[in-house]
Design a protein. Structure first.
Length: 63
């Protein structure tokens, strides 16, 4: 019981494969400087919009 089966479309599956492949190529060319920043890159980034000068939680500017 408790087991959940989720349908994944062919296009979503292919997209995920391409993203994994692109990341592998990128990291083979530009290896991460330290393991701590690599773990932070995998953490989800939350976005909050509040007015004209909205910023992402990672410091970037929303367009």
């Amino acid at each position: 019981m408790g087991e959940v089966i989720r349908f994944v479309s062919k296009s979503e599956h292919e997209r995920a494969r391409l993203v994994r492949e692109a990341r592998a190529i990128y990291y083979s060319i530009f290896p991460p400087a330290d393991p701590v920043s690599e773990q932070q890159d995998k953490a989800p980034t939350s976005h909050t919009v509040s007015g004209a000068n909205a910023r992402r939680s990672d410091g970037g500017r929303l367009s």
